[in-house]
Ligand binder design. Structure first.
Ligand SMILES: *Cc1c(COP(=O)(O)O)cnc(C)c1O
Length: 396
């Protein structure tokens, strides 16, 4: 068997600090490495494979579509793209859809829309207010939007037009708003930022502020959308509606797809002003349609809520037993476990050894984001492993 990891070090750009595991196969909530070792997957490709790995409805949609029509170009109408757009509109508060290839790209498009909106309705206003510790993607503009210095410093100067302010503090947004502001872009839960949940009150105040000042509210639901938090979209918990919402991660069960959804008034782009060669092509749209339809038709949201409640109870038990755990937070099946010390890396490696995949989101924080289809037995197995790992890390 080739030494894949040595070949990677030789040929691939070293932009990711990978874990020493080469995954070759997945099924439901389990994956296997090239040595045949099995892992329980509580990362799900960063909250992407929401129906688990290789779900039959996704395989069927992909194979049928691959044998029918994979790609045309967006000069032509294609059926899966239109079906997906209709489904997303009918089950959200938004009116129109544009499909892209990733979350970053969806956010870029959303900001372009906001700038055009500012040009038309707010006297050329172009600035977008975002929050510290956010994550909006990896293009230059989205790195500027992302309020984390470590993503920006290798690439300064940053594109202009973004202001990063404190999260969960309406006053910070009020202070940063000026005649130049066209939109506010936030996550309902900061995923990469450590699973920080926006309070309902904050989201309601941001909504009211946008209404008062004539700003667009862009919700980046790339990580929280499509059932992850127990509702179809994260905004539903707080009773507000965005003007623009972006989706990606859980939308297509692993195929590269992102989406911008907008209210009619915010959908200001005209023919020729935005596009994507691959965006929402027949193949990825078919996979996303199958994913969203399955979530809607099979009480997946109910499962997320039940498993979330159960996991929370089990995590609270661990916390009561191991004072090393200082905080448990999140919503639905997006949860974080924070420690007293910076032991997240050690905990992750110990979990890996015992056959559980988790994510180290901060030096002192693990993130758990299993498939939305996870069952009670699998939560139990993960909790047993986490318990053993806590026991070992707890120290004398
Ligand atoms: C992952 C993520 C992105 C970036 O999505 P990509 O598909 O990696 O481009 C943007 N926003 C949020 C909230 C994310 O979690």
């Amino acid at each position: 068997m080739p030494d894949w990891q040595a070949l990677e070090r030789q040929y691939y750009m070293q932009t990711v600090k990978r874990l020493p595991v080469t995954l070759v196969r997945g099924q439901g909530t389990r994956v296997w490495d090239d040595k045949g070792k099995e892992y329980l997957d509580f990362v799900a490709g960063w909250a992407v494979t929401s129906l688990g790995h290789c779900h039959p409805v996704v395989i069927q949609a992909l194979t049928e579509q691959a044998g029918t029509l994979i790609h045309t170009s967006n000069q032509f109408y294609t059926v899966p793209q239109i079906m997906l757009a209709e489904l997303l509109v009918k089950h959200s508060c938004l009116d129109r859809v544009f499909l892209s290839n990733s979350g970053t790209e969806a956010n870029e498009g959303a900001v372009k829309m906001a700038r055009k909106y500012g040009k038309i309705y707010r006297n050329n206003a172009f600035e977008v207010i975002t929050t510290m510790n956010s994550f909006h993607g990896r293009t230059l503009a989205m790195v500027a939007a992302t309020g984390q210095a470590n993503f920006q410093s290798p690439y300064v100067p940053m594109p202009a037009g973004f202001i990063n302010v404190e999260y969960n503090q309406i006053e910070a947004i009020r202070r940063a708003t000026s005649d130049n502001t066209c939109a506010i872009m936030i996550e309902v839960i900061q995923g990469e930022g450590g699973v920080n949940v926006a309070s309902d009150e904050y989201l309601q105040e941001v909504r009211a502020w946008c209404d008062e000042k004539g700003l667009l509210l862009i919700l980046d639901e790339v990580q929280t959308g499509v059932g992850r938090t127990g509702t179809m979209f994260g905004y539903e918990h707080s009773g507000i509606e965005p003007d623009i919402m972006t989706l990606a991660k859980g939308l297509g069960s692993g195929v590269p797809i992102g989406a911008i959804l907008a209210k009619e008034k915010a959908a200001v782009l005209e023919p020729g002003e935005h596009g994507a060669t691959f965006g929402g092509n027949a193949l990825v749209s078919a996979a996303a349609y199958a994913t969203v339809k399955y979530v809607l038709d099979n009480d997946i949201l109910g499962n997320v809520c039940r498993m979330s409640d159960y996991m929370l109870v089990r995590l609270q038990e661990l916390r009561a037993k191991y004072p090393l755990i200082t905080d448990i937070r999140g919503r639905g099946l997006l949860m974080a476990l924070q420690f007293r010390r910076d032991v997240a890396e050690d905990a992750l490696m110990a979990c890996l050894d015992k056959g559980l995949l988790v994510n180290r989101v901060k030096p002192n924080t693990l993130r758990l984001m299993p498939a939305l289809t996870i069952g009670r037995d699998e939560v139990d197995r993960a909790m047993v492993i986490l318990g053993q790992v806590m026991e070992d890390l707890q120290g004398p």
